[in-house]
Design a protein around this ligand. Structure first.
Ligand code: F6R
Length: 366
């Protein structure tokens, strides 16, 4: 049932090109220049007239929500707030019937996310669900929604659910951007065509597996790691750190790269591996100067870079390449090597990758 892979997690990492394609199939019609999502079409007015979108989720799904904040604001120009469901539900939040709430949940059973939905509905907000499990509690409780088509995710550490959530949220943002007239026809088509190339670019990113195994072997005995990224790749840094923590039990922190100088830089010495997402578009030069700061303090630098990059290669201890794409789509690629790194480090440390200690696949209690 693991399809020849040693673990479900590895199988699910490798399923991502297929899972992303299944998620946009029938919705992304690049040749016609269209995005079709019935849950959006039927509720277009609510989205277009929303004062803001509030995204609620937990864990990895919350990280997908953070990526969505960048996408929705950047492409569709709709203000977005991203909330931990557990904090949102208990803080007497200001919600009106002009708000749209998007709940993101792989399992569709997360207790805090479900409670946040009920609260928002009581206050009159329109609630949209992004779930993977068909017919789950959250899918039933929401007013409308869009499923991710990742297929069953068995590994406790979320992988393909994350990238398919980002895929759905990107399609939503593109559709709304179009409806709001934020895009020229040419720019819109460029996005759709590029999104269609993502599965093959994920495939390409998976080809770094052997190199990543070598890097994993160098850092497997670390006790602490830092993950840094900016812009669209800041949430990817958080997700990279979470993935390492939960399956390898190595302490890891994700930060926006620019925040490093406000504290975490004190931790950097020759024993600290720093994983930096330094893809070509968006703040590249700024990330390069962050890398220089780490290097001058003798930190070990493992950088995720765009194919053909030379500047970072000269500075970093290791580089892992991903194909070039539009800035807003880079999280779908930069996530892949970080998933593989955590996986290999955990396996080398003898950890139970698919069922890490103390964790459950569905968190149905608060
Ligand atoms: C991490 C992980 C968890 C879940 C979180 C929310 O790999 O899987 O952080 O993302 O428990 O779960 P869902 O998405 O089912 O609501």
């Amino acid at each position: 049932e693991k399809g020849g892979y040693d673990h479900f997690m590895l199988k699910e990492i490798y399923e991502q090109p297929r899972a992303i394609k299944d998620t946009y199939r029938g919705r992304l019609l690049a040749d016609q220049g269209l995005v079709k999502m019935s849950g959006i079409e039927q509720n277009m007015e609510k989205f277009i007239n929303a004062n803001r979108i509030i995204i609620v989720a937990c864990g990895t799904s919350w990280h997908a929500g953070l990526v969505a904040e960048y996408i929705f604001e950047d492409l569709a120009r709709i203000p977005v707030e991203v909330e931990y469901a557990s904090e949102f539900r208990y803080r007497n939040p200001v919600i009106t019937d002009k708000d749209v709430l998007i709940a993101i949940s792989q399992s569709g059973e997360t207790a805090d996310t479900l409670a946040a939905i009920k609260l928002a509905k009581e206050k009159g907000a329109f609630v949209f669900g992004v779930c993977n499990v068909v017919g789950s509690s959250i899918a039933r409780e929401t007013d409308a929604g869009a499923y991710t088509h990742a297929g069953p995710e068995i590994g406790v550490a979320s992988t393909k659910a994350f990238t398919t959530q980002i895929t759905v949220l990107t399609l939503m943002a593109l559709r709304l951007a179009k409806a709001k007239g934020e895009f020229s026809e040419t720019k819109y088509r460029e996005y759709l065509t590029e999104l269609e190339t993502i599965p093959s670019k994920v495939e390409k990113s998976l080809e770094s597996n052997a190199l990543i195994e070598i890097i994993a072997d160098v850092y497997k005995d670390s006790t602490n790691c830092l993950y840094l990224g900016r812009g669209y790749n800041f949430p990817v840094a958080l997700e990279g750190a979470l993935k390492l923590k939960e399956i390898s039990y190595i302490h890891a922190e994700g930060y926006p790269a620019a925040e490093m100088k406000h504290g975490p830089i004190a931790l950097i010495d020759e024993h600290m591996p720093v994983f930096v997402i330094a893809t070509k578009k968006g703040h590249y030069e700024k990330v390069v100067s962050n890398i220089q700061e780490i290097k001058s303090r003798k930190g070990k630098i493992i950088a995720i870079v765009t194919e053909g990059d030379e500047q970072v290669r000269d500075l970093a201890d290791h580089v892992i390449e991903v194909p070039e794409t539009l800035e807003s789509l880079t999280p779908l690629l930069t996530t892949i090597p970080l998933q593989l790194l955590s996986y290999h480090i955990a396996v080398m440390r003898g950890c139970n990758v698919d069922q890490p200690r103390n964790l459950a696949k569905s968190v149905t209690v608060e």
